[in-house]
Structures are given as structure tokens and as C-alpha cells.
Design a protein around this ligand. Structure first.
Ligand code: EPU
Length: 320
């Protein structure tokens, strides 16, 4: 799986299928279910960490990549590259998705994780999402192919998506596979869209590391309203009040916390916490998932000890 993830980490999947149509997806999952085989729907692999022992099941690469502009809407297959969707929208003079030009991964993954950056979030652009509702992704008892197997398509509207910070209802239903999303945008001048996209790419280039493989931010930012009074007190002392200036949109950057804890540059095996942005763990070459977790756990322990805070992984995990 190191060949299919941006982190370039992960042992083998027992089976790997690239599904280019909804029917491919349904039939592939049906076969897996009939064989009692666990399955996992993979998007762009940009936010996924696969364990060193790999995954003893079926990985379905969702490769529905069609992008169709219809009036002020864009319909994108779950496997469409998010940045390409942003570019197509901009070219068609549709505004609202320019920020996503700097987002790695695919539309399906972006919807599932309510991905966002630079003030934009999927929640703000999604009109609805087409899904395939499958049965238990952990695999059922083996049975003859097709016997008693059921799947159905559904449309999930924006409000039904249950979007929150880096969360959606799709995370709560592992048997739902995102097939397609419709984005509602607004008319604008294509050159203005392009200029905005150039700016977002520049912001990404200057504020985040590039060059070495990573999975983007390893941890979720801290929601400030969820902080205990003890944590607030400790933060206050730890940063002499500076955290209040760093927090924005109700969240505190874990990259900033890691930086302040002096953990940038720390290494375990082939993994290193970026010197550029503390929430990025880089694969310097040959890093294992175990290396990444050793670093991640060291960060979590320090945050707990020094600040009394629980930091949660943002990266999606498979087989680890
Ligand atoms: N900062 C530091 N040191 C660091 C990192 C950040 O001092 O090592 C400071 C920055 O200077 C800035 C503040 O912390 O004052 C916030 O940093 P930044 O703008 O980079 O944002 P972030 O909160 O660390 C979030 C998202 C990113 C997204 C950026 C830009 C999360 C976990 N991270 O990072 O998303 O690209 O905002 O909007 O929500 C991702 O989800 O994988 C991801 C990279």
C-alpha cells in the first residue's frame, strides 16, 4: 500500500481493485462480502496511514473520476482529484472552490473528512452526495456470491451529511461508499478564480512542507470550547497568553502546540516531525507506520503531560 498512499507507508493489501464505475464498486464489494472478506474504500490515499503488516482484505480504489459542469453546479465522481475539480470549476467561471486547488486527494475523501483549508470547507460547497449503501465492511460469514446480498444508492443532502470539523456522517457509516458529489458554486470571472487559486497554492507552498511524503496534518486541531479549565490555565501559563492570538474559528493549531513544545525535527526511524509545520510528520525514506506512531504517541504524551490535553489523530488508519 506504500504505492497507493501519499505517506508512502504500508504493507500489502491481500486484494486491490480499481473500480471505475458504480457498478464495479457494487459488484466488487458483493464478491468481498460473499467471501467474508473485509473491504476498505480508498480515495486518493492522501490522508491514510496503512499499517506495516498491510490489510488482510480487499482495498477498492474508488476511481470514478468524471467531472461535469452543469450551470453553476459541478458534479464530480468520488475519485476525481479535488484540485482538478477546483481547476475545472475555475475555468468554467465558478467560484467558491478555489481554496481546494491546494488540497491533496480525491472528492470522496474530502467529503468524508469535511476537508478544508484557508477558510474553505467541503460543508460550504456540497449540495448533495450520492452513495452506495453496503453491508458490513468488516465482512460477513461467507455465503454464495449474490445470495442475500443487498446494496442501494442514496442521495444525502448537505444537511444530512452531518458535517462538523473534519467529520461527516460518512465516518459513522463505514458501509456507505461515496460515489459522487454535487457542488453548488456561484458565477464569477474565470481570471479572478485563477488568481485566487494561485494565491491559495502560494499560501500552501509557504506555510506547509513539500517534497517529502506525508499525510498532511497528522492530528486534528483542538476545539477550544472543549478545553477544560485546567487545560486553559496551563495553556495560558505555557504560552503567556499567546494561544489566544493563534486560535481561530474556535480551534487551536496543533502544529503551533507541537512547535511550542519544541518537538519539531524529532525523529524516529525514517519519520520526522517537520521543521516547517509541526503537525506534519514526514517520511524521510523508509519510514514505517510504527515509526510514525512512535512519534505520534510521543507528541500525545507531551501534550497530555504539559498541557493536560488529548490530541486526536486526524489521519485515517487502515490495519493499524
Ligand atoms: N504555527 C506555528 N508553528 C507551526 C505550525 C503553525 O507557529 O509549526 C502557527 C502559524 O504560524 C499560524 C497558526 O499556527 O499562526 C496556524 O497555522 P496554520 O495556518 O498552518 O494552520 P493550522 O491550524 O496548523 C490548519 C489545517 C490544515 C490547513 C491549514 C490552512 C488542521 C489539523 N489543519 O492547520 O489542514 O491546510 O489550517 O488552512 O485542521 C490537514 O487537514 O491535513 C491540513 C493540513
Amino acid at each position: 500500500m506504500h504505492r497507493h498512499t501519499n505517506f508512502r507507508i504500508g504493507g500489502p493489501a491481500r486484494y486491490y481493485v480499481e473500480a471505475r464505475t458504480a457498478e464495479d464498486v457494487a459488484r466488487t464489494v458483493a464478491i468481498a462480502q460473499a467471501a467474508g472478506l473485509p473491504w476498505f474504500a480508498l480515495g486518493g490515499g492522501s490522508n491514510t496511514l496503512v499499517g506495516d503488516a498491510g490489510f488482510d482484505g480487499l482495498v477498492i480504489q474508488i476511481a470514478l473520476r468524471e467531472i461535469v459542469v452543469e450551470g453553476d453546479r459541478v458534479r464530480a465522481g468520488a475519485g476525481a482529484i479535488t484540485a482538478s475539480v477546483a481547476r475545472e470549476a475555475g475555468r468554467a467561471g465558478l467560484s467558491g472552490f478555489e481554496w481546494a486547488v491546494s488540497l491533496p486527494g480525491t472528492i470522496g475523501g474530502a467529503v468524508r473528512g469535511n476537508a478544508g483549508c484557508f477558510g474553505g470547507e467541503m460543508e460550504g460547497v456540497i449540495e448533495d452526495v450520492r452513495i452506495l449503501e453496503m453491508q458490513n465492511p468488516e465482512g460477513d460469514a461467507p455465503r454464495p456470491y449474490g445470495a442475500g446480498f443487498e446494496c442501494r444508492m442514496q442521495n444525502v443532502t448537505n444537511t444530512e451529511c452531518g458535517f462538523r470539523y473534519r467529520h461527516s456522517i460518512f465516518k459513522e457509516h463505514p458501509g456507505w461508499i461515496i460515489l459522487e458529489a454535487t457542488l453548488a458554486l456561484r458565477r464569477a470571472d474565470p481570471d479572478t478564480c485563477q488568481a485566487a487559486m494561485d494565491q491559495f497554492l502560494e499560501r500552501r507552498r509557504t506555510s506547509q512542507p513539500n517534497g517529502k511524503p506525508s499525510a498532511g496534518c497528522l492530528f486534528k486541531n483542538i476545539e477550544t470550547r472543549a478545553l477544560s479549565s485546567d487545560a486553559v490555565e496551563r495553556l495560558e501559563r505555557f504560552s503567556s497568553g499567546a494561544w489566544r492570538d493563534v486560535a481561530h474559528d474556535g480551534r487551536l493549531s496543533v502544529g503551533w502546540i507541537i512547535d511550542r513544545l519544541g518537538l519539531k525535527g524529532r525523529r524516529v526511524g525514517g519519520a520526522m516531525i517537520s521543521e516547517h509545520h509541526g503537525n506534519f510528520t514526514l517520511n524521510l525514506g523508509g519510514a514505517t507506520a510504527a515509526d510514525v506512531f512512535a512519534l505520534g504517541e510521543a507528541v500525545r504524551e507531551r501534550a497530555r503531560d504539559v498541557l493536560g490535553m488529548d490530541i486526536e489523530y486526524e489521519v485515517q488508519r487502515l490495519g493499524c
